[in-house]
Design a protein around this ligand. Structure first.
Ligand code: G4P
Length: 529
């Protein structure tokens, strides 16, 4: 095995996804505690929370809206592995930037609040993970507080997401009366111990079944019956169906008191697959030990208001990346020096000296680099572009103070490049009044806020009556433009999009005009090329 393959084998690159408040930040902190990286990094998580009151632009929006819009990565060693934990923006609505982050992950931990289960706004994100076959571990959090019935939560996962949950640990005692968990792999019972705010690793008190039965009484009987049910229904951990994205191993715990965190982190190492060779655009697999290649999944400007710079995050797909290496940028064909390569977490930056498949690197001031681009050394490599989603919300943007028009244009161009929204234009109103298209309405708020705070260009957003979009072409456009309730606009990548006032109307136009080109903008099909 080469050094690169060996290093890749040690990597676990994953994200935590959840509805805001389910416990993602708490769990991240606890992973760091278990990874022994607490002293430096957990400070960073905490600092991030403290900064909610600081003056940074990003954090101010976070504070106002209770959302997190930065995207970062955290690396720490655990056992013999190197863990890369991607931080996804915690929007309430589905948003494309969360999805893009997930294209750089080999798996995810879905955190559910035991009292809330699967919440409607987060459903789409979970569905998208399932559709992509991304391996998902499930952590049912906050079992120390009153919540739903355990079996009811399992049914929700099956009914709403279509994944079969396979409980690995199962609670004794209902939510709010947490006695401990049984690990179905060993049959061991670990009693729940409450540590004050969980500042240390939870002590594990393992108790033999006879004693547990005597001490836990009815709670033990109920858990035993439930466990039998899982055995009978074959709901048991299965690595291959987990990796294929059809079953989700489930763990129960309480992140705030550290209970169940160790077993979950072990599962990240034992179950989430290490980086695999990535398919290139022609479906050839790029071997892990081929020369360096990576793909850009996130570009973010102005993350740090004191620098006002632009960071392009890429995931290493093959080879060894060394800082200072000159790589080729596939879209421009130009060489690119990587002198300023960092690992970024919150506002802390650390220079990266080398990185291996699965690792994430942030390039500072990577001028032309955009989301979906490939970087490589040696023979040309191109990975598929990151799919875009069919937008469902459309609004016209106009600058309030026409004296700030230049800044408005510049800001729109920047946010378009970052992929914060899609920008559409028609021949008449063009740059004066572009139509912004989004998958989730939260994207509009981010645009308004950033245009005003970073570019000094406050905008007025007028919602349109359009609700659905399809890709069309020059030939079909005149007929479509002539129809009631339809418009055709050009997206900044050149694609012509036909907009419809309802999906009902769209279906009718499609049915009655088979000669018109109206392609679906499905996630897989629209490769933004
Ligand atoms: P998020 O990143 O997903 O938005 O959630 P976060 O970790 O910030 O947790 C949201 C709230 O839930 C926090 O309370 C946190 O302490 C609490 N919490 C997380 N895990 C558990 C758990 O296992 N049990 C219980 N009972 N609570 C949990 P907060 O009041 O908003 O903040 P704080 O004052 O506690 O920091």
């Amino acid at each position: 095995m080469s050094d690169v393959t060996e290093q890749a084998e040690r990597r676990r690159t994953f994200a935590i996804i959840s509805h805001p408040d389910a416990g993602k930040t708490t769990l991240t902190e606890k992973f760091l505690l278990y990874g022994g990286a607490l002293s430096r990094e957990a400070g960073a998580v905490k600092a991030r929370q403290d900064r909610r009151s600081a003056t940074s632009d990003w954090m101010a929006l976070e504070q106002q809206r209770g959302i997190s819009i930065t995207s970062t990565v955290l690396q720490f060693p655990y056992r013999d592995s190197v863990v890369n934990l991607l931080d996804t923006p915690g929007h309430r609505d589905f948003s494309e930037d969360t999805y893009r982050v997930l294209t750089a992950a080999d798996g995810a931990v879905m955190v559910l609040d035991a009292a809330k289960g699967i919440e409607p706004q987060t459903l789409k994100l979970f569905e998208v993970c399932r559709d992509r076959g991304l391996p998902l571990l499930t952590f049912v959090n906050k079992w120390d507080r009153p919540g739903k019935d355990g079996l009811e939560l399992l049914d929700e996962i099956t009914d709403k997401i279509g994944l079969v949950p396979t409980p690995v640990t199962w609670p004794v005692g209902i939510a709010g009366d947490f006695r401990g968990v049984v690990d179905r792999r060993t049959g061991e019972y670990t009693r729940y111990t409450r540590v004050a705010r969980g500042s240390t690793i939870a002590p594990e008190e393992i108790i033999d079944p006879d004693r547990a039965a005597a001490e836990e009484g009815a709670a033990w009987v109920q858990a035993s019956e439930e466990l039998e049910l899982f055995d009978l229904s074959d709901q048991t951990l299965d690595v291959s169906s987990f990796r294929a994205g059809t079953t989700t191993p489930l763990f129960v715990g309480s992140a705030v008191t550290n209970f169940g965190v160790g077993k979950l982190l072990d599962a990240v190492i034992d179950l989430i697959p290490p980086p695999a060779p990535r398919p290139e655009i022609d479906d050839r697999l790029r071997p892990l030990d081929a020369p360096f290649s990576g793909f850009v999944f996130k570009v973010q400007a102005n993350m740090d208001p004191s620098h006002r710079d632009r960071i392009a995050f890429f995931r290493v797909c093959s080879g060894r990346f060394e800082r200072g290496m000159v790589v080729t940028h596939d879209r421009t064909g130009k060489p690119f020096a990587t002198k300023y390569a960092h690992q970024v977490f919150g506002q802390d930056r650390e220079t990266v000296e080398e990185a291996f498949p699965g690792d994430i690197v942030g390039l500072v001031n990577a001028g032309d680099v955009r989301v979906g681009d490939t970087l490589f050394v040696g023979d040309a490599v191109r990975f598929p572009r990151i799919p875009t989603f069919a937008p469902e919300h459309f609004a016209v943007a106009r600058v309030k103070d026409t004296g700030r028009y230049k800044q408005f244009r510049k800001g729109i161009a920047q946010l378009d490049e970052e992929g914060v929204v899609q920008v559409l234009r028609d021949a008449d109103s063009g740059d004066q009044a572009p139509v912004l298209a989004a998958v989730g309405p939260m994207q509009f708020e981010v645009v308004s806020y950033r245009l005003e705070s970073e570019f000094g260009a406050a905008i007025e957003l007028t919602p349109t009556s359009y609700r659905a979009a399809r890709r069309t072409d020059e030939e079909s456009s005149p007929a479509l433009r002539g129809m009631r309730g339809v418009d055709v606009l050009r997206r900044s990548d050149g694609t012509l999009l036909a907009l419809f006032e309802s999906t009902y109307w769209l279906d009718r136009v499609v049915a009655e005009n088979p000669e018109l080109r109206l392609d679906k903008l499905v996630a897989e099909g629209d490769l933004h090329l």
